[in-house]
Ligand binder design. Structure first.
Ligand SMILES: CC(C)(COP(=O)(O)OP(=O)(O)OC[C@H]1O[C@@H](n2cnc3c(N)ncnc32)[C@H](O)[C@@H]1OP(=O)(O)O)[C@@H](O)C(=O)NCCC(=O)NCCS
Length: 221
């Protein structure tokens, strides 16, 4: 898998965060340095359960999905601003104000270009793909798992009478024009049909279509 050094650092950090990985595992290969890190990565990769439905993981973000392929790549450029802003925002000190402000400006530019409303403080795990980012709206409190794919005009937000927001699992595909609303959970590897309005929980691997969305069937394991 192609990965820049920076992506590799994120990748390592995220691997270490993966639930269910015992800290003993790290102590067994506790040496430091690049070789030890590679060894540790290998150990963790072997321990993480592979995706149930294919090669895309619902747990480990694939940061290469977010790497811009060229300058004019609005979806990925928008995500890059958000990642950089959160990177600089996590550091304290006045020195970091300048790079943060620069990312805010870039974020405004790419938001205007794409017409997407994804806040700088969005809780989006790595590997999100926005192939056609126009009109995508994500609530700042919503949680998006790793390696999801959102098509154009997707809305992740609240319902009128409640402030609760959706929790989207890993490797979830949300079709064009779909709305996912309220305090619901969309399971890992789920697929949401184009123009669906999802108001209820979607189990892992299920397909939801229609208005309001109905669950079609669990996908094959
Ligand atoms: C939901 C989706 C993933 C289902 O794909 P699938 O597993 O191949 O399902 P099928 O095409 O076999 O359809 C199964 C049933 O769901 C219905 N269905 C499929 N997509 C639907 C949709 N978006 N809205 C309403 N019903 C839908 C089909 O009519 C079929 O119903 P039936 O069993 O009564 O005949 C797919 O149809 C979809 O909407 N993908 C989004 C693609 C997209 O947004 N692309 C944008 C590209 S720019």
């Amino acid at each position: 898998m192609y990965m820049t050094d920076r992506a590799r650092n994120y990748y390592t950090r995220d691997l270490e965060k993966v639930q269910g990985i015992s800290t003993d595992l790290f102590q067994k290969v506790g040496e430091v340095g690049p070789a030890a890190r590679e060894k540790r990565l290998e150990t963790v990769r072997a321990a993480v359960k592979p995706s149930q439905h294919g090669e895309i993981s619902a747990v480990i973000p694939d940061w290469s999905r977010e790497a811009p392929t060229r300058w004019w790549d609005p979806g990925r450029q928008l995500l890059r601003c958000i990642r950089n802003y959160q990177h600089w925002g996590s550091r304290r000190g006045w020195l970091y104000i300048v790079p943060r402000k620069y990312q805010v400006l870039k974020h405004r530019f790419w938001s205007v270009v794409s017409g997407a409303d994804i806040p700088l403080n969005a809780h989006v795990d790595g590997g999100l793909q926005l192939l056609h980012p126009n009109g995508i709206v994500i609530h700042p409190e919503a949680r998006i798992g790793p390696n999801c794919i959102f098509f154009q005009q997707v809305t992740i937000g609240t319902r009128e009478n409640s402030l609760r927001v959706p929790w989207i699992g890993g490797d979830v595909s949300i079709g064009a024009g779909a709305k996912v609303l309220g305090g619901i959970r969309v399971g890992d590897h789920a697929r949401i049909g184009a123009n669906a309005v999802v108001l209820c929980d979607v189990p892992d691997g299920a397909v939801a279509v229609g208005i309001p969305a109905r669950i079609l069937q669990p996908r094959e394991s």
